[in-house]
Design a protein around this ligand. Structure first.
Ligand code: NAD
Ligand code: LMR
Length: 332
């Protein structure tokens, strides 16, 4: 029997990530090749005409899984009954800006969209915040939507996770699908800590540690980390626009694994509300290694943390605590 359609909201749908993301969702990349979807697309009035153009193209692409389209500039209408909300709407960072420079513009959007989601989304709606500063926008959304369970609110660090997999795959000339269990700790910012201490590569003689195979700690502790931390800025410099296709693809990975589960023995990175695991301060949205099953994520516990990692995990946590204070001062 055909499945009931899932309603997926994409905010900022007329923007560049939106343009890459909506066809992926309509093709089943996010929720599976047998899962019909109804796309809800929200943007602001100046983008209404462009949003209508995206809607026309979705119709023209005749996606078999796409069972309906809601395109609106009204947040209440766009949020009505949605089961998954991918929050991309906001102002992107330009060359020379840090992600927290876009804070003032974006946190007020997330405060008001929190209410729209709280009032109109389906119960148990899963929320993924992509727009920067992603962790702090997600935190503001959580704080101003108290009836949405905190476990349902997350932010995107899967792009950073995938970037780390990509760097290791290139360095070792191995398939990216054979590399697993990197971790992005902390903020989706240049303070994030891409950690390979538990990462492995599948080889004909079993899984081997990335540290052992790379055999170059100076690279792993230096250039590897800074390349992943600075990749967003490098894309902006090269494209004069921030990453879009990789962000859209990673957003699909994030929701797919959350809803359908992570493969046995594999974890992924998600920005989630800290419960104090690994002595990360509670009350911030921090990226942790997680496994997902039956639509729920769980932080991977008990990984040994060395002193160098501890320092980097604490530094990115401190930045998030500072961003939280800044966000509240912007809202005041
Ligand atoms: P973009 O400017 O092309 O698109 C953003 C869209 O949001 C625009 O169409 C704009 O009209 C719309 N918008 C603005 N305010 C809105 C509101 N209140 N409600 C609904 N829509 C609104 O930007 P983009 O390149 O698509 O990037 C979107 C966001 O994602 C940026 O904040 C960017 O920095 C961030 N980003 C995050 C990641 C990540 O890994 N977390 C990766 C890439 C980009
Ligand atoms: C990215 O990581 O590519 C995005 O967050 C865009 C940015 O501002 O870096």
């Amino acid at each position: 029997m055909a499945k009931e359609p899932v309603r997926v909201l994409v905010t900022g749908a007329a923007g560049q990530i939106g343009y890459a993301l909506v066809p992926m969702i309509a093709r089943g990349v996010m929720l599976g090749a047998d899962q019909p979807v109804i796309l809800h697309m929200l943007d602001i009035p100046p983008a209404a005409e462009a949003l209508n153009g995206v809607k026309m193209e979705l119709v023209d692409a005749a996606f078999p899984l796409l069972k309906g389209i809601v395109a609106s500039t009204d947040a209440a209408e766009a949020c009505k009954g949605v089961n998954v909300a991918v929050m991309v709407g906001g102002f992107p960072r330009k060359e020379g800006m840090e992600r927290k420079d876009v804070m003032a513009k974006n946190v007020s959007i997330y405060k008001s969209q929190a209410s729209a989601l709280e009032q109109h989304a389906a119960p148990n709606c899963k929320v993924l915040v992509v727009a920067n500063p992603a962790n702090t926008n997600a935190l503001i959304l959580k704080e101003f939507a108290p009836s949405i369970p905190e476990k349902n609110i997350s932010c995107l660090t899967r792009l950073d996770h995938n970037r780390a997999l990509g760097q290791i795959s290139e360095r070792l000339s191995v398939q990216v699908s054979d590399v697993k269990n990197v971790i992005i700790w902390g903020n989706h910012s240049s303070s994030q800590y891409p950690d390979v201490n538990h990462a492995t590569v599948k080889t004909p003689s079993g899984d081997k540690s990335v540290r052992e195979l790379v055999a170059d700690d100076a690279w792993l502790n230096g250039e590897f980390i800074s390349t992943v931390q600075q990749r967003g800025a490098a894309i902006i410099k090269a494209r004069k626009l921030s990453s879009a296709l990789s962000a859209a693809s990673s957003a699909c990975d994030h929701i797919r694994d959350w809803v359908l589960g992570t493969p046995e023995g594999t974890w992924v990175s998600m920005g989630v509300y800290s419960d104090g695991s690994y002595n990360v301060p509670a009350g911030i949205i921090y990226s942790f290694p997680v496994t997902c099953k039956d639509g729920e994520w769980k932080i991977v516990q008990g990984l040994p943390i060395d002193d160098a990692s501890r320092q980097k995990m604490d530094a990115t946590a401190a930045e998030l605590v500072e961003e939280k204070a800044l966000a509240y001062s912007c809202l005041a």
